[in-house]
Structures are given as structure tokens and as C-alpha cells.
Design a protein around this ligand. Structure first.
Ligand code: SAH
Ligand code: SF4
Ligand code: F3S
Length: 466
């Protein structure tokens, strides 16, 4: 690779795991003389770390690619497509956008420095060779690497040198559940859990770098079963792991995402009761409240099973707040099925939730099911569901009026002098305060409550300490 400092811009789509992967891509390139920049205009290498979960996410890639294309005429630019669209579409991306130089999947990005070196070498060769035809040149120009390699990328990723108040840590990847609507098992491969020792080491490093909050990540994170630190023939579950991470100095908050309602080991309930750092908030997607739809989705649980998990978690941690994902308009969803989903939402009372119109994904079983639901019906159902969730979210937020919340301050707000952070329950909280308190935990007295955020005042005692 060239000696002078080069610039890389990584744009991330999709879930937190992609955020983690993008951060690691930058970490990987730093020792090779790269620094990270915020826009493609400044960059020598642009990487789109993509998401394949819904059609919209995928379309975004092609429009973004079209936008950076002209930059290639102005300078020596490498364009890369990483992540789940790369894994799912591979060569097709090069066919549609031949100016893309590299396509690589979520399990091969540890090879990125090699890949870039190879491309720079090829570019030199191309400059020298005059007798190649167009297709030979194209072959030389682009590289596609969408293996599921035997080596684990985790063994080869460097520790980050960035300081983050709230950090992500991938502990498990891939998914063996095969929900019929979902591409993840195909794009991320089968389930893999990292050994406990490796995770604890990375968590300690993040804490030393200044992290106060760690979010343990996995596509199906509570199915975690990693090698025990004491007996290599045994495995630990997520609950056991959280007890261990909870002992690390400096880590004041632990979260984990995303969970499947089926994988709830006893130790995980106990962790919610006994590990003070484990936050009283859980994103526990259910997708639908109708048993027949849940069956068609291959979720392998009923609405009642889900409600029982919620109830049990509330027994262990009475103030726990819940969020979920919902899909409306799954094939065959009747009005009654939709009503069942609304009833489940009413029974749980969420503090927030994400909801999506069902999107037909190529290669998934639901995409070819009969009785696809017309767009107009999806739109109406989505609006109805979102109105109910917003109502619940506002109601939840209103319970905090005049109360004091612990807020981990991690951003400046939209207005001058404003700061923002998250409460224990994942609410966005805004307040006025000095910039120096970014990265600290503050007591904020809530004065105004909205659907998507809370606004408050920093407590008097903290102001005098400052
Ligand atoms: N592993 C997580 C979710 C991963 S995908 C889980 O099991 O819950 C994130 C969310 O995207 C899903 O929970 C689902 O609500 C939504 N989603 C996935 N595939 C979808 C599709 N084909 N159409 C619409 N939404 C989808
Ligand atoms: Fe997709 Fe289902 Fe796996 Fe979640 S559990 S990643 S929705 S297949
Ligand atoms: Fe999207 Fe892949 Fe995450 S499809 S949601 S980026 S696992």
C-alpha cells in the first residue's frame, strides 16, 4: 500500500452489526496509512457497508453508487460494496455498476487491506498493459470476495484505537432460525459465538478506551453459546457472559440486541435481576401477534409464549421497558391477524417499537407464498400500528415528568449549548449544559415529555461539581 496518508469514507446502512463492522474496517485500515473522512469527496476509498433486509435499503445502495460514480472521473478513487447486499448479490453488483472495484461480504472484510493492495497493484498493471480487451480489463479491475471462510474474522480484527462513550461489541453472528421473511441467515451465514475470553478482553479494552456503555451484538444474541473461559469443552450462555462483563471496571451500562423470544436461558433472567449494569430495557422482536402468521413466519413460538417471556422478565426486573419489531402485511395476513397484533401491543405496552411493511426478499420462502398483501392494505395497517405505538411511547415518556433520570451524555444536541444522551430506558434526553460533560453520566430532571424524546435540566448538585 502507498506510504502517504490515504483517506477512507465508509457509509453504513442497516443494523448495529454493520456499524460495528464499519468501525472495524477503519480500524483495519489505519495501520496501513488510512484515516477516516466524513464525505466521499475527500476520500481515496469509498466503502458502502450495505443492508439487504428490505427492498428500500437495497435501492439506496444503487442511488448512492450513482452519486459517487462521477468522482471517479475526477480522481483515483476505489469504490467498494460491503455487507449484506454484497453477500447476497456478489457479481451482480459489478454487472449493474461496473465501476465498482471491490465487493466483499460480512465474513471477509478482515481481508480488506490485502484487497486494496491488490487493487492498487492491478491499477498499476493496467496502466502498463495496452494489449488487453475490454472484458479482460474489467476482470482485472474488480474483485469479488463473498466467501464464508474457515478462519474467523474475529481472530484477525484489531482492537479499536477510538474512544467511544457507548460502544458496540459483536459477540455472536449469523442466524439459524430461518424466519421465512428474512435474508439474514443467507447473508450472514450460520450462527457463530465468540469465546467468552475474547469478548471479555475486547470489553476491557473498550472500557480502557473510555466506554461506559457496551452493547453486546448478535443477530440472535440471546442464542449466544460461547466457549467457557474455564472449561473449554463447555459453553456459556448470554446470561453467564453478562455476569462476567458486569464485573469489568468502568462499564456502567450493558445492553444486548437483537433477541429472539425463544432463547431465554434462566441466567439471563437472573442477570436482569442481579447485574446492576444491565439496563432495564429490552428490544424483543415479536413481528406479529397472530399465531397463524407467527407459524407461517417460522418464528416457532406463539403470542402467548411471547407474553409469558415478557411477564417473567417483569417479575425479575419490574421496571423493565420493552421495544419490538413488527411486520405488517405478511402474506396471508387477515384483518383479524392484524387485530391480534394490535391486541398483543396493547397487552405489552411498549416504550417504543419499529415497524415495517412486509418486503418480498428474493430467495426467502415467504417471497413466493400466495396471498401477498396489496400495498394499500400494508400502508393502512402500518399507520394504525404506528399510531398505537406512538400513543404508548408518549404515555411511557409522560410517566417521567418531574422525575430525575440518569443520562449517559454522548452527543451535542441540535441547538447551540444543547447536549443529548440516553436514559436507562433508551429514551433520548435533551438538556442545556457545558460540552465538557459529554461522556459522563448526569442526573437530568425531566421537564417536558414528547413522543420521541424528553427535555430536562441538569441537576443543581451536578452543576456545582462542574
Ligand atoms: N434478528 C432480529 C431481527 C433482524 S432484522 C430478530 O430476529 O428479530 C430486523 C427487523 O427487520 C426484523 O425484526 C423484522 O421486523 C424486519 N424485517 C426482516 N425482514 C423483513 C422483510 N422481509 N420485510 C419487512 N421487514 C423485515
Ligand atoms: Fe432473521 Fe429470524 Fe434470524 Fe432474526 S431470528 S435474523 S428475523 S431469521
Ligand atoms: Fe441488514 Fe444485514 Fe443487518 S441485512 S439488518 S445489515 S444483518
Amino acid at each position: 500500500m502507498k506510504e502517504n496518508l490515504k483517506k477512507v469514507h465508509v457509509k453504513t446502512y442497516g443494523c448495529q452489526m454493520n456499524v460495528y463492522d464499519s468501525e472495524k474496517m477503519v480500524d483495519l485500515l489505519k495501520p496501513h496509512g488510512f484515516e477516516s473522512v466524513d464525505t466521499p469527496n475527500e476520500a481515496d476509498v469509498v466503502i458502502f457497508n450495505t443492508c439487504h433486509i428490505r427492498e428500500k435499503a437495497e435501492q439506496k445502495l444503487y442511488s448512492d453508487l450513482g452519486r459517487v460514480r462521477p468522482l471517479k472521473q475526477e480522481k483515483d478513487l476505489l469504490i467498494g460494496v460491503a455487507g449484506c447486499v454484497a453477500q447476497a448479490e456478489g457479481d451482480e453488483i459489478i454487472r449493474q455498476a461496473p465501476y465498482v472495484d471491490m465487493v466483499f461480504g460480512p465474513q471477509t472484510y478482515h481481508r480488506l487491506p490485502e484487497l486494496i493492495t491488490k487493487l492498487y497493484r492491478q491499477k498499476e498493471e493496467l496502466k502498463e498493459s495496452t494489449n488487453l480487451n475490454k472484458s479482460q480489463k474489467r476482470k482485472l479491475r474488480s474483485v469479488v470476495d463473498t466467501d464464508f471462510p474457515v478462519e474467523s474474522k474475529f481472530d484477525l480484527l484489531p482492537q479499536t484505537q477510538e474512544s467511544r462513550t457507548s460502544a458496540f461489541l459483536s459477540i455472536q453472528e449469523g442466524c439459524d432460525n430461518f424466519c421465512t421473511f428474512c435474508v439474514v441467515p443467507y447473508t450472514r451465514g450460520s450462527e457463530y459465538s465468540r469465546p467468552v475470553t475474547e469478548i471479555v478482553k475486547e470489553a476491557k479494552h473498550l472500557a480502557e478506551m473510555g466506554a461506559k456503555e457496551i452493547t453486546l451484538l448478535g443477530q440472535n444474541v440471546n442464542a449466544y453459546h460461547g466457549e467457557s473461559p474455564t472449561e473449554p469443552s463447555k459453553e456459556w450462555n448470554l446470561g453467564q457472559l453478562i455476569f462476567e462483563v458486569g464485573k469489568i471496571n468502568g462499564i456502567e451500562r450493558i445492553r444486548y440486541t437483537t433477541s429472539h423470544p425463544l432463547d431465554m436461558p434462566t441466567e439471563l433472567y437472573e442477570a436482569h435481576r442481579d447485574v446492576p449494569a444491565l439496563m432495564p430495557f429490552l428490544h424483543l422482536p415479536v413481528q406479529s401477534g397472530s399465531n397463524s402468521i407467527l407459524k407461517m413466519m417460522n418464528r416457532q413460538h406463539t403470542a402467548k409464549d411471547y407474553l409469558e417471556v415478557i411477564e417473567k422478565l417483569r417479575k425479575y426486573r419490574p421496571d423493565i421497558a420493552f421495544s419490538s419489531d413488527f411486520i405488517v402485511g405478511f402474506p396471508g395476513e387477515s384483518d383479524q391477524d392484524h387485530q391480534d397484533t394490535l391486541s398483543l401491543i396493547k397487552a405489552v405496552e411498549y416504550s417504543q417499537a419499529y415497524s415495517f411493511k412486509y418486503s418480498q426478499r428474493p430467495g426467502t420462502p415467504a417471497a413466493i407464498m400466495e396471498q401477498q398483501i396489496p400495498e394499500e392494505i400494508k400502508v393502512v395497517r402500518l399507520a394504525e400500528l404506528q399510531a398505537l405505538i406512538s400513543e404508548q411511547q408518549l404515555k411511557f415518556n409522560q410517566t417521567f415528568k418531574d422525575k430525575t433520570l440518569k443520562v449517559l451524555v454522548d452527543k451535542t444536541g441540535k441547538k447551540d449549548g444543547q447536549l443529548s444522551g440516553r436514559s436507562e430506558y433508551m429514551q433520548s434526553v435533551y438538556f442545556d449544559g457545558p460540552e465538557e460533560i459529554q461522556g459522563t453520566m448526569c442526573d437530568i430532571k425531566i421537564e417536558h415529555t414528547f413522543t420521541n424524546s424528553l427535555k430536562g435540566l441538569i441537576s443543581q448538585t451536578q452543576q456545582t461539581i462542574l
